[in-house]
Write a protein that binds this ligand. Structure first.
Ligand code: SF4
Length: 235
């Protein structure tokens, strides 16, 4: 387990002290409820296949991305192989995911970039990762978290939604929430925080009908004040 302090994004925190403390307390509560929460992406058994898998999961259900990754990894497992098999074979292998043509093109570009800039090795530096084709801040941070146990909290739409509801903040910048959590959670909690929040956001604090009546952090959430509890979940 990494003992390093959480990395902090640039930018001023956009939350009040009270919102920051409420958010950190709620995330710790979620950690107690979901101690086994982990990344659901299976089939990634190397750093490169993990990076491929994370790219494939964008706007795609995890099960579908896993199938595509298995299909792709059966014909290409390294940047060298992926760069040479041809984009048409990649499109066929990943045809079930969203935007397969675009993602196939990005995967080829990613392979060339890894070979040209990093000798075929996936870098461990967040900025170098973000500079790779198809790899934005969210994938970079999640990769570092999963591959290297870095205390990087990745914010996708699920995590952002949960953070906004918990705090009552309208902040749209992941950096504001990340700054707040990094200031309050220790490194070990930060390594796990993404997985706790994702689990809760997907199973309880869902987009359209959050199950406030069955929510483990309802008494720490401002969202429940503004939102009528879901009647079915309260039964
Ligand atoms: S109380 Fe409702 S809005 Fe708040 S975190 Fe729980 S499910 Fe989400």
């Amino acid at each position: 387990m990494s003992g390093r302090r959480p990395r902090q994004n640039a930018g001023m925190a956009g939350l009040t002290k009270g919102q920051t403390e409420r958010l950190a307390a709620a995330v710790r509560t979620l950690g107690a409820h979901y101690p086994e929460a982990h990344c659901a992406l299976r089939g990634a058994d190397s750093e490169f296949t993990l990076l491929m898998g994370l790219l494939l999961t964008q706007r795609t259900r995890t099960e579908v991305a896993e199938q595509a990754l298995a299909s792709l990894a059966s014909i290409a497992r390294t940047p060298d192989q992926l760069a040479t098999i041809g984009v048409e074979r990649i499109i066929t292998a990943i045809s079930g995911v969203a935007y397969p043509v675009s993602k196939a093109s990005r995967l080829v570009q990613l392979s060339f970039a890894l070979n040209d800039r990093h000798g075929g090795i996936v870098p461990e530096d967040q900025k170098e990762l973000e500079d790779l084709p198809g790899i934005g801040p969210k994938i970079a941070r999640l990769f570092l978290n999963l591959a290297h146990n870095e205390p990087t909290i990745a914010f996708d739409s699920h995590v952002l939604r949960l953070c906004r509801r918990l705090t009552g903040s309208s902040c749209s910048r992941a950096a504001d929430f990340e700054h707040a959590l990094s200031a309050r959670l220790n490194a070990e909690e930060s390594v796990r925080a993404h997985h706790w929040m994702i689990e809760h956001a997907r199973t309880v604090c869902q987009t359209r009908k959050p199950k406030c009546g069955a929510c483990q952090v309802a008494n720490q959430c401002t969202g429940i004040v503004k939102r009528a509890p879901d009647k079915r979940s309260a039964q």
